[in-house]
Design a protein around this ligand. Structure first.
Ligand code: NAP
Length: 374
């Protein structure tokens, strides 16, 4: 589909549905919620997100796409289809590409921009790649989805020319920490812009076989209650709902508290294990297999991501300290017992005596301490 066709299709549908024109001048209220005509007559027109579109790769030729949609879309008198969204992804690395797959599966168009050149990947996947964020913003996507590294997000967001976007654009992010982007976006974005902070709690590894039942955390930080913005926000979130995610609405602060105690600990253990250079053996236990898998999953993410989990979550330092203390405690439990036994030998100069029952005086089995006497 050409750029012009994509725009005019989205534009005519938006106006038809009362969702506003691309220049932001149209209807203020959401027609879709108020009026339910028979949309079947317009089936041929709609670049919609049918429920079964998941299996249909988008960006097919227009005629083929229309035919697929007509075949796939059930006609419900009271459920008019929403026009497809145009989602601009800023930061098209590992996770940006992964998330683009779900956006496309749900029938929406993806526009992408990144520091590196992903034009070859994009042309293979029916995605329009832009060389600059300015050029992407001139296209006025409905949703701008920030998928850059946590560390680069501030400079990436500050470089966005917001004046080129429609004044009710929704800016969303997928950062693995949430308070930081929430506060950043509230500080930088013009007041009319919607803000939706999200964290898909999965990635290219854990989500490679589908997103079903995987948690998707979101916080509608600032979304106008009625009209176009609210409808677009719901439509954006429905991408993940339709993919089968377990939708969890939660404040950014609450997310960061939970994530420090779960995700950050998981990544830290994975990183520590990776330092041991663990290898598969012919006698792997299930537990060991899990550790190998954890190590592999963790190190497949960039170190920038891991460092971001630490640096940009106020709760992470406390969790790192807790982990340190826990490790020390376990070490003390082992060495404490060993020291007791050694001291008895060194100071009392006698082997630890066993009772007639075969138990040591402190109640342990003499067999358990046998190596000490070797
Ligand atoms: P990442 O290393 O955290 O981020 C890589 C992305 O950041 C790439 O798009 C890269 O652009 C961009 N980037 C890095 N440094 C930059 C800079 N100085 N200026 C401009 N752009 C820069 O790896 P990721 O896995 O793709 O994660 C992306 C985001 O998704 C992160 O915020 C992460 O927290 C979030 N997330 C990741 C996962 C996951 O499983 N990986 C899950 C949930 C959420 P280029 O590629 O163009 O260089």
């Amino acid at each position: 589909m050409t750029r012009h066709m994509e725009r005019s299709m989205a534009s005519s549908l938006r106006q038809f549905a009362g969702l506003g024109s691309p220049d932001g001048t149209a209807a203020s209220s959401c027609f879709l919620h108020r009026y339910s005509p028979n949309f079947c007559a317009f089936a041929a027109l709609r670049p919609t997100r049918p429920a079964t579109a998941a299996k249909t790769r988008l960006r097919a030729a227009p005629a083929e796409q229309q035919q697929q949609q007509e075949e796939a879309t059930p006609c419900h008198d009271h459920e008019p289809p929403a026009p497809f969204l145009r989602v601009g992804i800023v930061g098209f690395g590992n996770f940006g590409q992964f998330i683009a797959g779900g956006v496309q599966r749900q029938g929406h168009a993806v526009l992408a921009v990144s520091r590196s050149d992903y034009s070859a990947y994009c042309s293979q996947h029916g995605i329009r790649f832009f060389r600059s964020v300015d050029a992407l913003c001139e296209e006025q996507p409905d949703v701008l989805l920030i998928c850059s590294s946590i560390l680069s997000t501030e400079s990436v967001v500050r470089a966005i020319p917001f004046h080129k976007l429609r004044p009710d654009t929704i800016v969303a992010d997928v950062l693995s920490v949430k308070q930081f982007p929430r506060n950043l976006l509230l500080e930088i974005l013009p007041p009319g812009f919607g803000i939706v902070c999200t964290h898909p709690m999965f990635g290219p590894e854990s989500g490679k076989h589908g997103w079903g039942k995987l948690p998707f955390v979101y916080d509608k930080v600032r979304v106008a209650e009625d009209g176009d913005q609210a409808a677009k926000c719901d439509q954006f979130l429905s991408i993940f709902e339709q993919e089968g995610c377990r939708m969890v609405e939660m404040s950014c602060a609450e997310h960061d508290r939970y994530a420090a105690g779960s995700q950050f600990i998981t990544h830290t253990i994975g990183r520590v294990l990776s330092q041991l250079n663990l290898k598969s053996t012919p006698i792997n236990t299930k537990g060991y297999e899990t550790l190998l898998q954890l190590t592999e999953n963790t190190v497949s993410d960039s170190f920038d991501l891991y460092y971001g989990l630490f640096m940009y979550n106020v709760n992470a330092t406390e969790q790192l300290d807790n982990l340190d203390k826990a490790f020390e405690k376990v070490r003390q439990m082992l060495y404490g017992r060993l020291h007791d036994l050694l001291r008895k030998q060194i100071v009392e100069r006698v082997p630890v005596a066993a009772t007639s029952s075969g138990k040591l005086k402190d109640g342990r089995s003499s067999a358990a301490v046998a190596p000490i006497f070797l």
